[in-house]
Ligand binder design. Structure first.
Ligand code: AMP
Ligand code: ZN
Length: 111
């Protein structure tokens, strides 16, 4: 989608610190990390938010979810990690392209 920064990253029109890529997903470092390790797991397909997922996205959603513990292991997050999905304005979503935050690398503040 035009004017979507994550679509531009998927299309390699905007450079990023790429960690992982397959046919459905890209993972890259958050440009403003909120923890020592802060990755974004992003669908290649432009889906606006978690609220816009439909049954046709079941396999994509499962792939994104199951990728998280694999990435955490690769990143050495043995002590645990946090996954955040901000959704919509009240949820604090800034980029309207679905993404899972993976945060860790030390104790995180309680929620
Ligand atoms: P959210 O508030 O859940 O929409 O999170 C969007 C995240 O994307 C924020 O943590 C930003 O720091 C991050 N972000 C925005 N632009 C870029 C970019 N070009 N490359 C990497 N991360 C980005
Ligand atoms: Zn997009």
């Amino acid at each position: 989608m035009k004017n979507c920064i994550f679509c531009q990253i998927v299309a390699k029109e905007v450079p990023t610190d790429l960690i992982y890529e397959d046919d459905q997903i890209v993972v890259f470092k958050d440009i403003f990390p909120k923890a020592r390790i802060h990755l974004l797991v992003v669908s290649k397909e432009h889906v606006q938010s978690l609220a816009h997922l439909s049954p046709e996205h079941t396999s994509l959603a499962t792939r994104m979810l199951t990728l998280l513990p694999k990435l955490a292991k690769e990143q050495g997050l043995e002590g645990g990690f946090r996954t955040v999905i901000n959704t919509g304005t009240d949820g604090g979503q800034e980029i309207d392209h679905i993404h899972f935050h993976l945060l860790g690398g030390g104790p995180l503040p309680r929620m």
